[in-house]
Design a protein around this ligand. Structure first.
Ligand code: C5P
Length: 407
């Protein structure tokens, strides 16, 4: 599980330090390599020699060691690892971490590291329960430091309660879980994100057999839904009629009319991101006939009277507390793509508009390729002509980065 992983283990001064030797063994058994930093207090409990022997690596103790600095500077030591584990993490070291001190090698490395840190606290129960420790813990958790334990039980000092360091096997399990989650995050950057996509045309009935529709193929919307799901997002695709297969891993809600599409979208809330790629008919027939309209010899053709459909994109963009963190619309334009799309973004109240040229010469409507501009509050980004799948991939990458910036 940990093959090829490099762990930097910080051993600070507590009676639980003897368990760190077993922790080193457990990490190495799973294929990890282990470098250790031993604080001065830690060396009162375990010897540098036993740590070095078990880890088969040099033990670092001194911030101002000429030899260590020439071999591997302390900044490099803090960054060369894949993960930093602090076990035992004493009340003192947690306090120094919380206040950003750099008064020994351990604290300096923990301040300088750009890697994630997991702490296994170990201390007397009163020290653990003290508001100072709990406040430090809250600060560290808020900064993203991970914790395993402490456990409840007998203490070396004769008291009973929380403060026993987690067992080495538990710490190894936490390290394995960390790398498993990191691998998942890498392959599925949108894991935990909820997404809604509209796609396809809508059809608006004139009578039970006739309808108004448009030429949308649904290809771009379906590609976006598929790319979101592949990136790990829990994706609902609300689609008007298209012959396209459902993208893998996507929940499809099939609708026909704009009003049904709006109802389905509202039922899918709350979501983190909504992408409205459907070509929604702007109008429906007012007073749809309940029976097929008959063609009567000599009678004038019927006149259709239209009513405005709800604007799904604008409705989602102004849905108050239920508004997705990121709302993205499309602007299919036959001329002045950028100008029209910029104006549309403001009119609809969405965050981004993907403007695309659907003029007769573009060959994009219903086709495989798309030439788009990504328009946001910060500017206009022209994308080269690419397949609709590639547009979807690139858009999903941009969505991932934007959601990270909008917690
Ligand atoms: O107004 P226009 O149709 O050009 O706007 C296009 C954008 O608005 C697309 O994102 C489309 O999905 C969305 N839209 C909508 N509901 C409508 C009309 C358009 O969601 N009734």
């Amino acid at each position: 599980m940990l093959a090829g992983k490099s762990i930097l283990l910080v051993i600070s001064g507590g009676i639980a330090a003897y368990k760190s030797l077993e922790l080193i063994r457990g990490l190495k058994e799973r294929g990890a390599s282990c470098r250790s930093i031993l604080t001065t207090a830690g060396s009162e409990f375990v010897t540098p020699l036993s740590v070095a022997a078990l880890s088969e690596n040099k033990v670092y103790m001194d911030l101002f060691s000429l030899t260590d600095e020439s071999e591997m500077g302390h900044i490099q030591l803090s960054r060369a690892a894949d993960l930093v584990v602090v076990a035992p993490a004493t009340a003192d070291l947690l306090a120094r971490m919380a206040t950003g001190q750099a008064n020994d090698l351990a604290a300096t490395v923990l301040l300088a590291t750009d890697k994630d840190v997991i702490c296994a606290p170990a201390m007397n129960v009163r020290m653990w329960e003290h508001p100072a420790t709990q406040d430090n813990l809250a600060v560290l958790k808020r900064r993203g430091i991970g914790f395993v334990g402490p456990n409840e039980g007998d203490m070396a000092c004769g008291e009973w309660g929380f403060g026993r360091m987690a067992e080495p096997a538990e710490i190894v399990a936490a390290v394995e879980a960390y790398f498993a989650a990191a691998a998942t995050r890498r392959g599925r950057p949108l894991a935990g994100v909820r997404a809604l996509v509209t796609s396809g045309p809508t059809i608006e009935p004139i009578d039970p057999v006739r309808f108004i529709c448009n030429r949308s193929s649904g290809r771009q919307g379906h590609a976006i839904a598929g790319a979101l799901a592949a990136a790990g997002a829990q994706t609902t695709l609300v689609s008007g009629p298209t012959p396209l297969p459902a993208p893998s891993g996507v929940t499809v809600v099939a609708v026909e009319t704009a009003q049904q599409m709006l109802t389905a979208c509202e039922a899918a809330l709350p979501v983190d991101v909504a992408v409205c790629a459907a070509a929604v008919c702007d109008w429906r027939v007012a007073g749809e006939a309940g029976e097929k309209i008959k063609k009567t010899e000599g009678a004038p053709p019927p006149v259709l009277s239209l009513a405005e459909n709800p604007d799904i994109l604008a409705t989602l963009s102004s849905s108050g507390a239920r508004r997705p963190r990121l709302v993205i619309g499309f602007a299919a334009e036959t001329s002045d793509v950028v100008e029209n799309a910029v104006a549309k973004r403001l009119r609809k109240g969405c965050d981004w508009i993907v403007g695309n040229d659907v003029g007769p010469s573009s060959g994009t409507f219903g086709g495989e390729d798309n030439t788009v501009y990504l328009i946001s509050a910060t500017g206009v980004e022209p994308w080269p002509r690419m397949s609709k799948d590639a547009v979807a991939q690139r858009l999903v990458g941009a969505i991932g980065r934007a959601l990270e910036d909008r917690p």
